[in-house]
Design a protein around this ligand. Structure first.
Ligand SMILES: [Zn+2]
Length: 235
């Protein structure tokens, strides 16, 4: 009977994990992946923070360059560093939920999926003073109930169209810059990280950021937070 047990496990994995993730990543009209390309806007997004060493310096760079971005915040980090979260919103950036403790949706049973989403939403609302309107799942993984849990809180869902592997300390600032500058098109959603990954990795992201901003500006792009995105993506 072991094969029957295996068959059930495979079926659960397919229905609860793989198909919802594939649907959200590639097909769902409820998930924002990139802009229409009708404007020159580029969306810079920063995941996993805030981090007391990197996020304030990142905010300084954005402020100096007058760039608006989006921060997908972990609820746990919001609880630890509410002042940084507050600064993010005070400086006009968009905040979104990125789970409470970065647990993969495939490892969360249904009740935990709702609990994690609510806990993260509450922690970010309390720290920032505004209600988040966006959700990006850790590692881009959805389960069968993630979308329902996000919609219950009125959260729009966002993926990304360009990632630069900046979570690895082996990716240099130049690598990050080239990955972004070479792939950017109007409407691109760029994911970078201001926390987690390899120790010290966000240092390279910070070094790459001024080069990215300067280069994309030269090509005629402008920068916007996701709150500028209107339309069908709203839950
Ligand atoms: Zn993440």
């Amino acid at each position: 009977m072991w094969w029957l047990f295996l068959l059930v496990l495979v079926a659960i994995f397919l229905i609860y994990c793989l198909l919802p993730s594939y649907w959200a990543r590639n097909r769902s009209s409820r998930v924002f992946r990139e802009g229409t390309g009708k404007t020159t806007e580029i969306y810079l997004t920063f995941d996993d923070g805030p981090n007391p060493d990197y996020t304030p310096r990142l905010l300084d760079i954005l402020k100096e360059s007058q760039v608006q971005a989006t921060f997908f915040i972990m609820g746990r980090q919001a609880k630890l560093y509410p002042d940084i979260v507050k600064r993010i919103t005070q400086e006009g950036h968009t905040v979104g939920c990125h789970s409470y403790s970065h647990r993969h949706a495939w490892l969360m049973p249904p009740i935990h999926t709702f609990r994690d989403m609510t806990r993260s939403y509450k922690a970010i609302t309390l720290a920032s003073g505004v209600t988040p309107e966006w959700y990006r799942p850790p590692w881009g993984g959805f389960n069968l109930l993630s979308i329902a849990a996000a919609r219950r809180l009125g959260l729009n869902m966002a993926f990304w169209s360009i990632e630069a592997q900046d979570w690895s300390a082996n990716t240099t600032a130049e690598d990050i810059y080239h990955a972004v500058a070479n792939q950017a098109v109007p409407g691109s959603v760029i994911v970078l990280h201001d926390n987690q990954g390899d120790p010290g990795a966000p240092e390279n992201t910070l070094r790459a950021l001024p080069m990215i901003i300067q280069s994309l500006r030269k090509k005629g792009y402008s920068f916007a937070g996701l709150e500028q995105v209107k339309g069908v993506y709203h839950a």
